[in-house]
Design a protein around this ligand. Structure first.
Ligand code: COI
Length: 365
């Protein structure tokens, strides 16, 4: 496996300290980018080569580049956290690296080693360390959101796997994904659109899945909702996931359930961590099929006491209601989302180094 070092092409126009500090004070989500980006090139003949960290800036692509026509592209989302002593850490990067390879296989792209995936993040952070925000308090979820991605850059209009590919990592200082922070979000149930079908690309983190979710996401916004929930494409009955995050249900008997993984659901790193942390908390995690009827009936009977969304960007965000064409589904036993808040605090404390990393999930950058 490659352990190549990344050559540095220093930025000639790094942001001034005052400009950066201003951005870090209120970064929003996905609006600002750091001074550099990491890059590695792949060609069928030479494999991965040309590891570099170069100034952040526009890419030059031929208009016939395959990615622009056939969407041969994958990406990841992972965060860097600043601890109280100033050190910077990331969370379970080997899980993202593994998922990136799964996505690559499905999209007929070349696989990147753990060494290159994690090495590219370390090389970028070595330059752009100052862009990792410092949390103001234990509720502050500010971080540096890292976006590794891979595109088919070969100039060729025939439909076949590209023989030239580029991998990049860009970084963006981030606050909470939802404007209301941890205020419960409303979710729209898409009755018409489907996100993924068996045998398709649902389990891969590829741009096409997100493009396919956008018409439904627009419907959600038109109904005043922050996210859209998708049902399965075969029976139109089983809950799959939201446009960009996984779903959990908390039951009054201490069970906590999430849809079991199929090839139409993205395996979230936060989802997997919540299953472990829930067990640590004495809850009973379950991965199994969950129908829309179970949500409707459990909400009405008080069996379901909380619903929450989770993901790298969303962390853990309570769901207040599911808006459907037949009317909203609200929890009869809606409390103050105690379990979601407890798990969220556990996760953030771990990621920001405020509690012991007993699962060995942190990697220093
Ligand atoms: C992430 O959570 O990292 C994602 O890619 C989802 C997207 C809604 C930002």
């Amino acid at each position: 496996m490659s352990t190549a070092s990344f050559a540095l092409l220093p930025s000639t126009t790094p942001a001034a300290d005052a400009v950066r500090d201003n951005i870090l004070a209120a970064p929003g989500f996905g609006q600002y980018f750091t001074d550099h980006m990491a890059h590695v090139r792949w060609t069928l003949d030479a494999g991965w080569h040309g590891h570099e960290v170069r100034p952040y800036g526009p890419l030059t692509l031929d208009p016939a580049a395959a990615v622009l026509h056939y969407a041969q592209e994958i990406f990841e989302g992972i965060k860097a956290y600043r601890h109280a002593d100033g050190s910077v850490w990331t969370f379970r990067p080997e899980k993202n690296a593994e998922r990136f390879r799964r996505s690559a296989r499905r999209l007929a792209l070349p696989e990147l080693s753990d060494e290159d995936f994690i090495g590219s993040i370390k090389a970028l952070l070595a330059q752009d360390h100052a862009w990792v925000p410092t949390p103001k308090n234990a509720a502050d979820e500010c971080s540096l959101y890292l976006r590794p991605f891979m595109i088919a850059s070969e100039t060729f209009l025939g439909v076949r796997p590209a023989r030239e590919v580029d991998y990049y990592v860009i970084a963006s200082p981030a606050a909470a994904y939802f404007k209301g922070g941890i205020e419960p979000v409303s979710i729209w149930l898409s009755s018409h659109y489907k996100r993924a079908a068996p045998g398709g690309t649902g389990f891969a983190k590829c741009g096409g899945n997100y493009a396919a979710s956008l018409a439904a996401q627009k419907e959600a916004s038109d109904h005043g909702c922050g996210q859209v929930a998708f049902l399965d494409a075969v029976e139109n009955k089983w809950l799959e996931e939201l446009g960009g995050m996984n779903l959990f249900f908390v039951y009054k008997d201490g069970r906590i359930a999430t849809p079991r993984l199929t090839d139409t659901i993205l395996e979230g790193v936060t989802r997997d961590s919540v299953l472990t942390l829930a067990k640590d908390e004495g809850l009973t995690p379950e991965e199994r099929p969950i129908s829309i009827d179970e949500w409707r009936e459990g909400a009405a009977s008080g069996e379901i006491t909380e619903v929450f969304a989770c993901g790298t960007a969303a962390v853990i965000t309570p769901v207040g209601e599911l808006v459907t064409e037949e009317g909203p589904i609200r929890l009869a036993a809606q409390g103050d989302n105690e379990v979601a808040k407890r798990l969220r605090t556990k996760l953030l404390d771990l990621q920001y180094g405020r509690s012991e990393d007993k699962h060995g999930w942190l990697t220093r950058l």
